[in-house]
Structure formats: structure tokens, C-alpha cells
Write a protein that binds this ligand. Structure first.
Ligand SMILES: [Fe+2]
Ligand SMILES: [Fe+2]
Length: 206
């Protein structure tokens, strides 16, 4: 599998909003690292349930804005809804690789309620901060999948079979295994990172 996007990208914060977004993400990272440690499969399942939220909220709000202002959205809505669907497919894939515990299922429900509400409010108040936040979240997702890949490559985690749903969605060969899957998913996260940072930059210029 080929790496399509540069891995080590960090968008330096330039405004106070950027710094706030970065601080929130770094705080969330601390919590995730402490909770999941090296259980990367479980980490992926739980965090993908959250990752699939922002694209749907942003897509919905930009859809409403387009209707309200009777203005074209220049492809943003589709990009954002595609992102939400892509994140949901990450989840539909990882659920075959790791099954969340009862505690994790409760965490997923609580996280959805909290994150959905806060992200909706944030997007209404400052869309550019909301996209920046996702840009930074995706930077962390790339780091986490790189760590996961290293565990598999160095034999500490099994390079297991992957589900059929993943082969179909990413058009992976019949011989593809977990290692190949992590690379294509990490490519997706790189794309989300770049798209969201770019959207935030475009809103800053506006
Ligand atoms: Fe994802
Ligand atoms: Fe993502």
C-alpha cells in the first residue's frame, strides 16, 4: 500500500482560536492515551464513533446556510458528508477487529452526546475554529495509526485478516491484511487533516 499524503504535517497555530483548538485536542489526546494505552483496536473503534460526527454537523450546517443564503457551497457539503461517511466506514471496519467492552460502549454513548452538542455550538459560533479543531484531531489520528502500524510491523500485534467490508470499500487485494488496511485508513485521516485545515484557512481569509 502506498502512502499518498505526507505524514508529518503540523499546522502551526497562528491565531488565538488555533491555539485554543490545539489545546483542546492535546487535552483529549492525554485522556485517550491514559484510557486506551496500547489497545489500538479498541481506541480506533471508540474514537471513530466520535470522528464521524464533525463532518455530518459541518455538512448539515453548510447545507442549511446554502439554502438560507441561496448560494452555492462550492463542493464543501459533499466533501464534509463524504468525510463523515468515510469515518463511519472506519468504524464499520474496526468493529470486526476489536469489540468494545461494556464500559467502552457507555463511553461511546456519553461521548456522542457531549461531543455532538459541543461541536454543534462551536461550529455555529466559529466555523473556522471548528475546522481547525478537526484538523488537529486528524493530525493526532495520523500519529495514532502510525503507532498502531509500528506495533503490527514489529510483530507486537498480529497482522490479522481484514473484513470483507474493508476489501470492498478500499478495493484491497485478497491478500491484504491489517497492515495494508491501517495504511489506507491513515491516508484517509491525512486527507481529512488537510481538508479541514484548508477549510479553516479559507474561513480565516473570508
Ligand atoms: Fe477515522
Ligand atoms: Fe479522520
Amino acid at each position: 500500500m502506498t502512502q499518498l499524503y505526507p505524514l508529518k504535517v503540523h499546522r502551526k497555530p497562528k491565531t488565538i482560536q488555533d491555539r485554543i483548538a490545539l489545546c483542546i485536542v492535546k487535552f483529549m489526546r492525554l485522556f485517550a492515551d491514559a484510557f486506551f494505552k496500547k489497545r489500538y483496536g479498541h481506541r480506533a473503534v471508540v474514537l471513530e464513533t466520535v470522528a464521524a460526527i464533525p463532518g455530518m454537523i459541518a455538512g448539515m450546517l453548510r447545507h442549511l446556510r446554502s439554502l438560507r443564503k441561496i448560494e452555492d457551497d462550492h463542493g464543501w457539503i459533499k466533501e464534509l458528508l463524504d468525510e463523515a461517511e468515510n469515518e463511519r466506514m472506519h468504524l464499520m471496519t474496526f468493529i470486526h477487529i476489536a469489540q468494545p467492552s461494556t464500559l467502552e460502549r457507555l463511553l461511546i454513548i456519553a461521548a456522542q452526546g457531549i461531543f455532538y452538542t459541543l461541536y454543534l455550538i462551536l461550529y455555529i459560533c466559529s466555523a473556522r475554529t471548528a475546522h481547525r479543531l478537526v484538523g488537529y484531531l486528524e493530525e493526532e489520528a495520523v500519529v495514532s495509526y502510525t503507532q498502531y502500524l509500528k506495533e503490527v510491523e514489529e510483530g507486537r500485534m498480529a497482522n490479522c485478516e481484514i473484513p470483507q467490508i474493508a476489501r470492498g470499500y478500499w478495493n484491497l487485494s485478497p491478500t491484504a491484511r491489517l497492515k495494508d488496511l491501517i495504511v489506507v485508513i491513515r491516508n484517509d485521516e491525512c486527507k481529512h487533516r488537510d481538508v479541514n485545515h484548508q477549510f479553516s484557512d479559507m474561513l480565516t481569509i473570508e
